[in-house]
Write a protein that binds this ligand. Structure first.
Ligand code: GUN
Length: 289
């Protein structure tokens, strides 16, 4: 059994990005909007800021304890029009009452380093290049640590969020897996998971996936980050029970989490490269037609 070390892989990704950034004519710049007072979001944003600095990406964090949809839309409009800003990230969740979809759709798709804009989600679905949501992108890199060719494998993604489950299913499909997306209304979830060569758990329930749900030799990716009453972190998978059955499995912490941030940095560098070469990610310039 192979424990997929997301902490080390993320470190490698950051080192490669830092080398790339050194050769760029200017530093990429990421704008992060943190609205409201969610303590977990504040920690995530600080971690993103720190990681960005480490690879030479400039970051601008706008903290708005109290805000409105209109203020957010005005701010995003300003950042969209600022040529010095390559990537814009609005940390989720937004405070209650603010329509997340309306805010995410206001981001210029070329600066959408989270890959949550409907245009970019659509591009992913039709197989065009696009910025891809950071967590699913990181999960794919971890899966590829265990296996290069995924053709024909059965993949089960538990969870149907726009942030993880849906783009994850698309990425696995793009690599020729037979993909099933499971959710809270799925019948015989245990039986379905047992058919999975690749099992991705993204449900937010501590140690939800049990050993008898896991096929022998499966690759198991645990997206969950759950805080237990004793303050410790654990994933959506019962790691100790499941690990002996797996070909490869991600731990929590030091699995998917660090990869999410590394992929945000990668998306920011790619957005900057696209801006510097005068095209949007996914666009074909006239000269190429
Ligand atoms: N909140 C939880 N995960 C994410 C993420 O990947 N991006 C943003 N913007 N907010 C999040």
């Amino acid at each position: 059994m192979n424990v997929l070390n997301g902490f080390e892989l993320a470190k490698q990704c950051r080192a490669e990005l830092a080398e790339k950034v050194k050769k760029m004519p200017r530093a990429p710049k990421l704008a992060v909007i943190l609205a409201g007072d969610d303590p977990a979001s504040a920690v995530y944003v600080r971690n993103k800021e720190k990681a960005a600095a480490e690879v030479g990406i400039e970051s601008l964090v706008v903290r708005l304890e109290k805000t409105t949809r209109d203020e957010l839309l005005r701010l995003i409009g300003k950042l969209n029009g600022d040529d010095g800003v390559d990537g814009i990230l609005v940390q989720l969740p937004l405070p209650a009452g603010i329509d997340e979809n309306a805010v995410l759709q206001a981001i210029d798709p070329a600066k959408d380093v989270d890959g949550f804009h409907p245009l970019n989600l659509g591009r992913l679905m039709i197989g065009e290049p696009a910025p891809v949501a950071c967590t699913p992108k990181g999960c794919m890199k971890l899966i590829h640590q265990a296996r290069r060719d995924l053709t024909g494998l059965n993949a089960v993604v538990v969870g149907r969020s726009v942030i993880v489950g849906k783009p994850m299913a698309q990425l696995l499909l793009r690599e020729n897996c037979t993909v099933t997306t499971a959710h809270s209304k799925t019948r015989d979830l245990a039986g379905l998971c047992k058919t999975a060569d690749i099992l991705v758990a993204a449900v937010g329930k501590p140690r939800f996936v049990q050993a008898d749900w896991v096929k022998d030799g499966a690759i198991v990716i645990d997206v969950g980050i759950n805080r237990l009453p004793d303050g410790k972190l654990c994933g959506d998978v019962d790691f100790d029970a499941c690990a002996p059955k797996c070909q490869a499995i991600t731990p929590v912490p030091k699995g998917v989490g660090p990869m999410t941030i590394a992929m945000l940095l990668e998306n920011t560098v790619e957005a900057c490269e696209a801006a510097l070469t005068g095209r949007n990610i996914g666009d074909i310039t006239l000269e190429e037609v």
